[in-house]
Ligand binder design. Structure first.
Ligand code: AMP
Length: 288
């Protein structure tokens, strides 16, 4: 099959109904476009579960704050379509803002607790907007499964929460973070980096992996985090929004020695790009 692109919910639903009538299993991978290999790692994972893969491409205005990069966010649909065709994705759903938020639209979603910290604290309203658009996409496509990257780990936890809470009949699957050869987590926002900043950006994953390794071995985390913050700031990240270690399931802030599956999270700005990354901490004495 070749790639088909649709721009309306009606056309999306017509295609999904046809596949469903044929008994095919359907996966959805929501994206904001400016596609890279991280996105494609999710479509490849999707392929291991499903017969048909849909990728949505939509830069969702309601998840950007007033001072954020909504206007500047890269929109590269023709290049994205080529990447999706090469990856043998069957359907691209690329709606307009008016299609997703027609006149009179008035519904909001808010998820408590999980959205108070990390990117929720640094980007007020971000997760409400994300939940709003992901809920719409899930209900519009009604796939069997939907895939999201651990790159946005907090987002994945928030999505699992509201999909459970709202009984949305879609299985949510997380995919591992896809990285550049030097460790930088792939991101559409990496294209904001100058060549020098791109070299500097690798510090983020280096600091995370050193913290993750030492925390897994049982070192107390406060000095590791203090050291890490200094290292990140010293190469030019400003501000460092957070560098924290939290429980991998409920995102509770952890202290001292890590005795359960955890994650180290970072967000920091380098020039025009706000970069985020995270890594697993699996304590050496934990049976998995
Ligand atoms: P975005 O287009 O940045 O909103 O990302 C769309 C989806 O791709 C989200 O579920 C992201 O978590 C996921 N994603 C983005 N970058 C990566 C990456 N480097 N590795 C794995 N998944 C990613």
């Amino acid at each position: 099959m070749t790639l088909t692109t649709v721009h309306t919910v009606a056309d999306l639903r017509a295609q999904v109904s046809e596949w469903r009538a044929a008994g095919l299993k359907i996966a959805l991978v929501p994206t904001m476009g400016a596609l890279h290999d991280g996105h494609i790692s999710l479509t490849q994972l999707a392929r291991t579960y499903a017969d048909r893969v849909i990728v949505s491409v939509f830069v969702n205005p309601t998840q950007f704050g007033p001072t954020e990069d909504f206007a500047a966010y890269p929109r590269t649909l023709p290049a994205d379509q080529k990447i999706l065709a090469d990856a043998r994705v069957e359907l691209c759903f690329a709606p307009s803002v008016e299609e997703m938020y027609p006149a009179g639209f008035a519904t909001r979603l808010h998820i408590d607790n999980l959205t108070d910290m990390l990117c929720g604290a640094a980007r007020p309203g971000h997760f409400d907007g994300m939940a709003q658009i992901v809920t719409k996409l899930l209900l519009q496509a009604l796939p069997d499964i939907a895939l999201f990257g651990e790159k946005d780990y907090q987002q994945l936890m928030v999505i699992k929460r509201f999909v459970t809470d709202l009984n949305i009949p879609v299985e949510i699957i997380g995919g591992p973070i896809h990285r550049e050869a030097d460790g930088l987590a792939m991101s559409s926002r990496n294209r904001y980096l100058s060549p020098d900043e791109r070299k500097t950006a690798t510090t983020l994953s280096q600091v995370l992996s050193s913290i993750a390794e030492r925390a897994s071995r049982g070192d107390a985390i406060e000095p590791l985090l203090e050291n890490g913050r200094q290292q990140i700031a010293s190469v030019g990240f400003d501000p460092v929004d957070y560098l924290e270690i939290r429980d991998a399931e409920n995102l509770e802030l952890l202290h001292g020695k890590i005795d359960r599956p955890a994650r180290v999270f970072v967000a920091a700005r380098l020039g025009k790009a706000r970069l985020i990354d995270n890594m697993a901490i699996i304590p050496a004495n934990t049976a998995l």
